[in-house]
Design a protein around this ligand. Structure first.
Ligand code: ADP
Ligand code: MG
Length: 679
């Protein structure tokens, strides 16, 4: 019963099934003092009578309880005969429930009740725990309150030694944590509000700390076991490029990340680093400089992008930057012609090529390198783990890997979900960027929006109009897109205007052609689904119109918006919606209009959707804390991470006496639970 309903299997599970609230059981409310705003409350009085009411199918049992101020109705719709048989008229009861008001009368539906015995409130454990229960369990008498009694009985059988300390003394002292036993006892049966807060604080810390420690240990084992190439010098290629061809100054954030990467490359361990940076933060140049370090040390590099369009873009901008440097860069994609392809494969094998840019094509088995040492994966979420693993086999030792993503990962999440990759962040945009102005408009303003677009096009700018596509296969969504396309065409007739359309049902060639026409400026308007979400860089585009913006998630809207504002011109994002939108959607649009900061948006997204929903975290299973909340408790999360790292750095095997409690606890967690099973 317990198992199925609440997932409670053992005594340990029961002890870790925490109450969701406590009530002060010494506080007995007067019946007339209850009001519509009262939350759970407790009243005491004598049972005056019981009656069955209602017709078949809508029967209920009503009992009347009276104290010296008034009367309350207690109502049951289920388990009526059992309750009728247990209740004794004339007996004093203590009743607990949520008061409701009906036709001026106060009542409680399915209250919990017990015989009134005031002496039970001994002044010590006056805070009584209330647990969430299920209807099924309640029907069997296992109410949220009864669960407390069960737990209390269990706790009486246990003692301090059943809760061996799992944190080193120094941490306990430094952070003034109470002992484990005290924490477990007080989270259920606190001697005061203050003790309850202490208990919660300690147990939250425990959850966060051990999660961080486990991740840290995985990371450290990987560091210790996976040997990597040593790039110990920064040579001519890097230096020449840096002083002669880098047309701007790196931002401090870019410098910091570059330092982190350089440090990794010198350790002799393989690097596995996630580089997160908001759209336009300048990740590419960091990748390029890292690849030059690889070249300086005699190694080849690959840069892999999720689409041909992106691979093309990278190739053009990088070969342009390196045009006067003695270094060979080539592009390999699915549509590279055979003769070209043969040439490239040969250059990879004989080592005459230094940097290979491309799509998945670069990791095919046929592509063999003379000495691959560095791999960059752009826009990580479009690549699977299996594909990444393929890279590892391209040389005797795996190449260093830099994974780049623009998906804003909130710090708190990076601390948890991505804990097994080392993490770098560019949290600063290059100077001189004009913030994108974001505006929400209802349907009826469409003509004005179209006029605005005309003005921008007249100035020589380009425009995106994006339609939501929830499911790739949904015909309804396509109808929407086609209707939209026709409508846009009617506003912007050929030959004055030219429009590209790109969507997931097109053949790759078709997609490329349409995209390229927009990139080269042949078309002024791009009508598309979210396929353009990732990485596309048309710096002349200044307007992003998002249709049915209420249907998109916050992060996705931010990604789409990131397609504009990439040049020096002021850019705009216009969110179009109908009148009827949910409060959540309103909140999302408000956030988006208020800020351009990807991190703030990601935090907000996490808050609105909950961590379980955020991309890439679902599989981690590391976010299911019982007490801790990675948003509200982010300060503690950082502390926990810092301490965990410190411990792993100084004592990776946990062999110091000081860390014995940690080691024992981890072993205990790994092994079978020591407590006997309930069933
Ligand atoms: P993303 O991080 O989205 O991939 P990119 O690497 O494409 O961003 O950079 C966006 C634009 O910003 C590029 O045109 C790039 O040349 C430019 N850029 C990068 N770093 C700087 C900098 N430090 N100062 C000025 N412009 C920069
Ligand atoms: Mg990029």
């Amino acid at each position: 019963m317990f198992k199925k309903e609440l997932g409670i299997f053992t005594f340990k599970d029961l002890v870790e099934y925490y109450p969701f609230r406590h009530i002060d059981k010494t506080r007995v409310n007067k019946i007339t003092s209850l009001n519509p705003g009262s939350d759970y409350a407790q009243v005491g009085g004598r049972l005056k009578g019981i009656i069955k009411m209602g017709e078949k199918g809508a029967k209920r049992l009503v009992a009347f309880l009276q104290d010296d101020t008034g009367e309350i109705e207690l109502t049951w719709f289920r388990g009526m005969s059992w309750i009728e048989n247990t209740l004794v008229i004339g007996q004093a009861y203590l009743v607990f429930g949520r008061p409701a008001f009906f036709m001026g009368k106060v009542q409680m539906v399915h209250p919990e009740l017990e015989i009134f015995a005031p002496e039970k409130a001994d002044g010590k454990n006056f805070l009584e725990p209330i647990y969430s229960s299920t209807e099924k369990l309640k029907a069997r008498g296992l109410t949220g309150r009864a669960m407390g009694k069960l737990t209390y009985t269990l706790m009486q059988l246990l003692s301090e030694k059943d809760f061996p300390e799992n944190l080193p003394d120094s941490i306990l002292k430094k952070y003034r944590f109470i002992s484990r036993w005290d924490a477990f006892f007080n989270i259920h049966f606190p001697s005061s509000e203050e003790m309850h807060a202490h208990a919660v604080r300690r147990l939250k810390f425990e959850e966060l700390f051990f999660a961080q420690l486990r991740l840290g240990l995985i990371r450290s084992t990987r560091h210790r076991s996976s040997q990597g190439w040593v790039f110990d010098k920064v040579g001519d290629l890097f230096n020449t490029f840096y002083s002669n061809y880098l047309v701007f100054r790196l931002t401090n954030a870019q410098k910091k990340v570059l330092k982190e990467i350089r440090r990794d490359l010198g350790t002799g361990k393989q690097m596995n680093r996630l580089l997160q940076g908001d759209v336009g933060s300048g990740k590419t140049i960091v990748a390029l400089l890292s690849m030059l370090i690889a070249a300086d040390n005699g190694f080849q590099s690959v840069l892999m992008a999720p689409t041909e369009i992106l691979a093309n873009q990278h190739f053009h901008s990088i070969s342009d930057l390196l045009r006067d440097m003695p270094i060979t860069v080539k592009l390999l994609t699915g549509s590279s012609v055979i003769r070209k392809r043969r040439e490239i494969l040969k250059a990879c094998e004989d080592g005459s090529l230094s940097i290979l840019i491309g799509t998945h094509a670069v990791i095919e088995d046929k592509v063999q390198f003379k000495n691959l040492g560095f791999a960059v994966i752009d826009e990580q979420h479009k690549f699977g783990v299996a594909q990444r693993a393929k890279l590892w086999k391209k040389n005797l030792l795996p190449p260093h890997i830099l994974v780049m993503t623009a998906t804003p990962i909130p710090r708190t999440l990076a601390l948890t979900a991505y804990g097994d990759l080392d993490y770098s962040v560019i949290d600063e945009l290059p100077p001189g960027r004009q913030p994108i102005e974001t505006i929400h408009r209802f349907e009826n303003k469409r003509p004005q929006v179209m006029d605005f677009i005309k003005k921008e096009i007249f100035k020589g700018r380009q425009v995106y109009i994006v339609y939501p596509l929830i499911e790739e296969s949904s015909t309804l969504d396509y109808e929407n897109l086609m209707k939209g396309f026709e409508e846009v065409k009617s506003f912007f007739p050929e030959p004055k205007y030219w429009i590209s359309m790109v969507h997931g049902k097109q053949k790759p060639v078709q997609k490329e052609t349409n995209m390229n026409r927009f990139v080269t400026g042949d078309t002024q308007i791009m009508v598309s689904t979210t396929v353009i979400e990732v990485g596309v860089n048309v710096s002349n585009a200044t307007v992003m119109v998002i249709e049915n913006a209420e249907k998109f998630g916050l992060s996705q809207l931010h990604q789409l918006r990131g397609r504009v504002g990439r040049g020096g011109e002021k850019s705009f994002c216009i969110l179009l919606t109908g009148y009827k939108i949910s409060n959540d959607a309103k909140e999302r649009l408000k956030v988006l209009c208020a800020t351009n900061d990807g991190f703030k948006i990601a935090e907000k997204d996490l808050e609105l959707r909950g961590p379980g929903d955020t991309e890439g975290t679902r599989q981690s299973g590391l976010l299911n804390f019982k007490l801790a909340n990675i948003i509200q408790d982010r300060v503690m999360l950082e502390v926990a991470k810092t301490i965990a790292i410190q411990i792993i750095d100084t004592d990776p095997d946990l062999s110091l006496a000081e860390n014995l409690p940690i080691k024992n606890y981890i072993q205990l967690q790994k092994g079978k639970t020591v407590w006997s099973k309930i069933s």
